[in-house]
Design a protein around this ligand. Structure first.
Ligand code: FDA
Length: 300
């Protein structure tokens, strides 16, 4: 079945969007901000925090970037109005990083400034390698004025140890993940274990520099490694949190919460759900297998 699943993943673009959507529902809160607010309320009731993300990336028109910025501002207002235990994640290319650095910086600054006024935090997601340096520069430029923001480090990137060593000097609030994009071997580790090993090295460096870390993973090996490190370094609950994606490994998520750790769920919403869902399917060919069956059974 694995071969079939993998085959299906490579032919996903041919699958009718209606079928992809049926399976994507697991990973997205819905089309509207109200859907994200409702999912957040449910998770908050269970003692779980969220980070709300408006789906969309790779915007190449200034008007689209301004629209995306306005949507981000609406997220902040909704978090405030509904008194949610949530923050906001955003992708720099949706704010125009691919168009012009200064324009994107202006959009991002407006968002972080508003979040600052409302007592909220903004996470700047990390995209593929053409944007890594510019994303870190954006973070550093915004941070000079407003400290209620943080970045993401990808453990598959060979440069990440140097980046963390530099960013730790500013007591950066990190999210640490493996990385989701396909990168060339010259700049990225490719082996499963080397990505894991680098993840734990980076986590140690962050902790030793007393930086706050969002430990973003569903990998048992890394979660176990993080547990050991937290105990070994005597880290307190307010110095880190675990982070997971909506709809992924809920049982493990509940166990981590039960063990007494802080947990934040990434809650994406919006009409641009397709690209995000395809990425999630690629991570989990079993899921794609179900969709494959649905293709022939009409999803029944
Ligand atoms: P891995 O992929 O090995 O998964 C471990 C296990 O979890 C799998 O064996 C499987 O059982 C389960 N699993 C994983 N994905 C699943 C899925 N979709 N459905 C069902 N089960 C699944 N990346 C990036 O490049 N930039 C970013 O800004 C972010 N931001 C981000 C935020 C948060 C909160 C998370 C959790 C992740 C990200 N990522 C990201 C994605 C990250 O880089 C990575 O691709 C995924 O988390 C998968 O890696 P794992 O560490 O979970 O391991």
């Amino acid at each position: 079945m694995n071969i079939l699943n993998n085959l299906f993943v490579t032919t996903l673009p041919l699958v009718p969007k209606s079928i992809v959507r049926r399976f994507a529902n697991k990973y997205i809160a819905g089309d509207s901000l109200e859907d994200a607010v409702n999912v957040t309320k449910q998770l908050n009731d269970r003692g779980i925090m969220t980070t709300i993300d408006v789906l969309g990336e790779g915007v190449f028109s200034r008007q689209d970037a301004v629209n995306a910025k306005n949507e981000c501002l609406e997220v902040l207002e909704a978090i405030d109005k509904n008194r949610l235990n949530a923050n906001h994640s955003l992708k720099p290319t949706s704010l125009g990083l691919g168009i012009d650095y200064e324009f994107c910086l202006q959009n991002l600054t407006e968002i972080v400034k508003k979040a600052n006024k409302l007592g909220q935090f903004v996470r700047i997601d990390m995209e593929d390698s053409p944007y890594t340096t510019r994303t870190l520069n954006l973070y550093e430029d915004v941070y000079k004025k407003y400290q209620n923001c943080g970045v993401v480090i990808q453990s598959y990137m060979r440069r990440s140890m140097d980046d963390v060593a530099e960013l730790a000097k500013m007591k950066t609030n990190f999210r640490l993940c493996k990385g989701i994009y396909i990168e060339p071997v010259e700049i990225a580790y490719k082996g499963k274990q080397e990505v894991r090993d680098n993840y734990l090295k980076l986590l140690r460096l962050m902790f030793e520099n007393n930086c706050y870390v969002g430990i973003a993973t569903h990998d048992d090996y890394l979660i176990e490694g993080a547990y050991k490190m937290i105990a070994g370094l005597n880290k307190q609950k307010h110095e880190y949190e675990f982070q997971m994606l909506l709809g992924v490994r809920d049982k493990l998520r509940n166990k981590i919460v039960k063990d007494g750790h802080r947990m934040r769920i990434y809650v994406p919403f919006g009409v641009h759900w397709y690209k995000y869902s395809i990425r999630r399917f690629k991570e989990n060919p079993n899921m794609a297998g179900y969709a494959f069956k649905a293709l022939f059974t009409g999803g029944r």
